[in-house]
Structures are given as C-alpha cells and as structure tokens.
Design a protein around this ligand. Structure first.
Ligand code: TNX
Length: 525
C-alpha cells in the first residue's frame, strides 16, 4: 500500500467511526432527558456518557438497616434474571468504588413517608439517595425504567445494560396515588392481587383500595361472623363460585403491599351494597329473613337495617377485626348508592359508623355521598360522581380523593368497540383519562382540598387477569402520572410518545394491553 492509499484508508476508517458513534448517540442510552419514564420525573439533567452495569457490579447499601437491605434485594431480584449477574447486596458505610449501584439515605425525613429521591448516574456509579426508604423504593422504579426493556425478562439476555448519565430529582405532587380493585363482583385470588400490586408499584402508586364486599359477595374472613365468608363469599356476578381471603391470606397481601410501600385500604361497603351480608345473617334484615345470594349487576337495592342495635354490633366486630389487619391509616366504609336507605336513617348511620372506625384507631374514607352526614375531622370523601357532594364534604372540613368516573373509572369501555366494561360514565379513551387536572376539575375544589387520585376498577364484566390488564393498561400509568408529576410538566403529546415506548415493557412483563390508536406504540402489533 502506498502512503496516499494508506492515508485515504485511515480517513475512511475515521469517517466510519464517527458515523458509528453518531448512530450510537441516537440510541436511548445517550440522553437521560429523552428517556421515557412514567410518571415523568420533576427534573432531569442530562450529562455526557453513560453507566454500564457489568457482571462484577454489586448493589451497595448504606448502613446496616434491614429495611434498606430489603430494597437492595428487591432491586437485585429485578436485575439478576435478565442480566445473569450475581449482583451481591453489600452493606457498607463507605461510598463504593466504580461500577456499582449505591443506595443511601440522606438528610432528614421532613414528613413520614416522604417519597422524594435523587438519582445520580455517572460513568462510575449509579447513586440513588432519598430521605426515606419509600423514596428509595420509588427511585428503584426509575432505575428499572432507565434500563432496556429486556431487563424485565426472567431469562438471561445478551446485551448491554447501559443507563444514560445525568441527574434526576423527583417527588410526588400528591401524597395518595392509588388503584381500586373490586374483588366482590368477581373474586381475584391472592396471586392476582400480588401481580396487580407489582404492576401499580412500577408506576409509583402507593395505595391499593380493595372493595371487599358488595351485593354479590363478601371476601374477607371475619372470625366473629364466620358465615359472611362461608355463605356470603360463595357467590359472584354470573353465578361463579366466588371466594374469600382468610385472615392469614389477607395479612399476606397487606405485607406484600407494604414491602413495596403500598398501603392497602380495605372497604366494607354499607349500608347499601350489602346483599351478601343480608343473605348470610337473617338478623341483619329488618324483616329478620335472609335474602337470596345475588349474581346480577343491579345496584342500589339492599340496605342494612339501620334501626337494629345488632347492626352496630356487627359493624363494630367487623371493623375491629379489619383494623387489626390494617397497617395503613384508613378504613373505607363505602356509603354509595344507598338508594333504599331513607335519608334520615342514612345520615345517623354514617355518623355512627365513622365513630366506630375512629374508636378502632383508623380514619374514615367513604364515597362522596357520605358528605350528607356529619363528617369527623380527617374523614376523606372519595369524589366519583357528585360535585355537589364533594363540595359539601370540603365545606365540612374533609379532604377529597379524586376518582371522577368520567376520567378514572377504568372499567369504562375505551370506545364503542370495546367488548369488556361499562359505559354509563362515557367512553374513556387514553387521552380522556390523561388530559385533566385534579386541582381544577371540580369548581370549588383546589389542590389544598385534595388528598390524591385513585383509579377504580369495578369488575362486573371483568373475570380474570387478562381482562383486568386490558382495562388497566394503558390508562393506569397515565393516572399514576397525574398523581405524581406536577401539571406544569404534563402534556399529552409528550406523554403519548413516552407511553408508546412502554409497549416493549408491557410485552416483556406479559401485560395484556389495549393498543389504542392514539398512541405510537414502539413495537408492531
Ligand atoms: C358505580 S362508583 C358504583 C359501583 C359500580 C360501578 C360500575 C360507586 C361508588 N358505585 O357499585 O360497580 O358504578 O361502573
């Protein structure tokens, strides 16, 4: 080769290298600010380069705390199967050397359950720090979402595990971000509930409200009233066998949720939506006769007998047992659609039930109708349909949990072609469920009045996990974002693109989702 040809060849090689590096710079690992994180973090600053997780990496946790070790183990469990790396979890007070992930607590927790976190990614290290373990757990979800989607697979993958460099500073807009699952209309077994917990945790939600009783079924063992579960648990919509959680199983669900910094809010709906109770104990009916079990989907036809003293003994026993199983602050007393309870009976009933809940050391949540009664301080009214009720609750000093049916009822059909679901609150396409602001939706109710947001899934038409996931995804990530990300950084055009990129994650996590045409999905379906 003569000198000139040598020169030409090296120029070509240099051009090729530049082109390769340019094309690499368009991959997702090059720009932290361009990553598709849901909920969108409050602030992201991108830097040059990336961190690469390699086989010799370990997860260091600061100090000897059992709780932090658990979070380290959780992260390791998520990353080990697909990377095939050992990812030892090491407790050490020293900042680790290069190549590792480091979880540490910093500063002082200003309020209990502070969920803020800071994530710093450099070529040398991924450092997640937070004021509380809950904040670390939320930050871990960000780390998962920053790695390639294949990180969620359960078998070893070939591939590079890179995270773009930069810093993220993040915290939630609302303290309560929840989902509700109706296990009364159709029963869902413990493993299903655990999967649902895993899925909502991925989007940084922190509450799961379980609708444990309704006309069609009673789902929690109560030792002092055993027939509730035995008889009342034996039915569901459509005539299926139903089911219930033993107290041990229920405690297991609560613990499983708590380990992911999710609070379980149990609901016993009363005085309406009570046919399963009335079928199990004749003495709770005004006429003393048990009703038939019910497998239909009508609402508003049943009521506890509010004049009988035994009704309050029943409520007291149930709430006492439930309170001992409840680690979170709230017990939900329902109170919705009591169409056959006279108003003059409903009002004192709700007042008395609130007092019972408080006497057992818990705070009250109830659907927005409870605002017709006196409300104890700290009672939360869950707005679902009546702006008047929600305003009344606020005027009585209550906070509001926002679950507007026309936006957050994820049992509503997406459009006229959706087979599952109902449509009484309207069709809810992905944009409809995303484009709203809790603080301005209901005139008279502002941010200071709002505890948070919750997406209820009623299950009259939903019978299994595949169907559940189809209704939940992709609307739930959007509602999680509404609860977490400030309205100033939320925007549908940006969100739909980020959501589209989550298709790969849905696929590897085997989530059955509705591929709305409003969203540019990242994979061909
Ligand atoms: C209304 S929302 C109900 C539920 C139904 C739901 C169906 C609320 C407090 N009550 O009993 O399951 O509609 O979408």
């Amino acid at each position: 080769m003569n000198k000139n040809r040598q020169k030409a060849t090296s120029v070509l090689i240099i051009i090729a290298m530049v082109m390769i590096s340019l094309s690499c710079s368009t991959t997702s690992t090059s720009d932290l600010a361009g990553e598709s994180i849901i909920p969108k973090p409050v602030s992201i600053t991108a830097a040059q380069g990336f961190f690469e997780l390699k086989a010799n990496a370990a997860i260091y946790i600061q100090g000897e705390s059992e709780e932090l070790r658990k979070i380290g183990n959780y992260l390791a469990d998520k990353l080990r199967p697909s990377t095939g790396f050992a990812l030892e979890v090491i407790t050490d007070d020293k900042v680790p050397g290069p190549g590792n992930i480091y979880l540490s607590l910093s500063g002082t927790e200003t309020k209990p359950g502070d969920e803020s976190y800071e994530l710093s990614i450099t070529k040398k290290m991924v450092h997640l720090s937070a004021k509380s373990p809950a904040g670390l757990f939320r930050g871990v979800q960000t780390i998962r979402q920053l790695l390639p989607a294949n990180i969620e697979l359960s078998t070893k993958q070939e591939g590079e595990w890179k995270i773009a460099a930069g810093t993220i500073s993040d915290y939630p807009d609302y303290g309560y971000r929840g989902a509700m699952l109706d296990v009364a209309r159709h029963f869902f077994i413990v493993d299903d509930v655990k999967r649902y917990i895993d899925l909502i945790a991925y989007y940084k939600m922190n509450a799961l409200h379980l609708h444990l009783s309704d006309d069609q079924g009673w789902r929690i063992e109560i030792k002092s009233w055993p027939n509730l579960a035995i008889k009342g648990g034996s039915s569901e919509v459509g005539g299926g066998a139903g089911g219930y959680y033993t107290q041990e199983q229920y405690a297991d669900i609560v613990k499983y949720a708590n380990d992911q910094y999710i609070t379980i809010v149990p609901e016993i709906d009363m005085p309406g939506h009570t046919n399963a109770i009335l079928a199990s104990y004749p003495e709770l009916n005004c006429n003393g006769k048990a009703t038939e079990l019910y497998g239909g989907i009508e609402v508003g036809f049943s009521t506890l007998c509010t004049d009988k003293e035994i009704t309050y003994k029943f409520v007291d026993d149930v709430i006492r047992e439930l309170a001992t199983l409840t680690t979170g602050p709230y017990i939900h007393i329902g109170g919705d659609e009591s169409h056959v309870t006279k108003k003059e009976d409903y009002i004192p009933f709700i007042k008395r039930v609130q007092d019972i809940v408080l006497a057992h050391g818990k705070l009250v949540m109830g659907w927005d109708e409870i605002s017709l009664s006196d409300l104890n301080p700290n009672t939360v009214a869950q707005y679902w349909s009546s702006a008047g009720n929600a305003n009344l609750a606020v005027s009585k000093g209550a906070k509001i949990l926002m679950s507007p049916a026309a936006k957050t009822y994820i049992d509503m059909k997406y459009d006229s072609t959706t087979v599952l679901g109902q449509k009484w609150a309207g069709y809810i396409e992905v944009d409809t469920s995303y484009i709203w602001d809790p603080a301005t939706l209901v005139p008279g109710i502002g941010k200071d009045n709002i505890l948070g947001v919750e997406a209820p899934l009623w299950t009259e038409t939903i019978t299994n996990m595949d169907e559940l996931e189809y209704m939940v995804f992709p609307r739930l990530p959007g509602i999680a974002e509404i609860g977490w990300s400030p309205v100033s950084i939320r925007n549908w055009d940006d969100y739909r693109i980020r959501l589209g990129k989550h298709a790969d994650r849905f696929t590897v996590m085997q989530i059955n989702y509705y591929a709305s045409r409003q969203v540019p999905w990242s994979e061909n379906r």
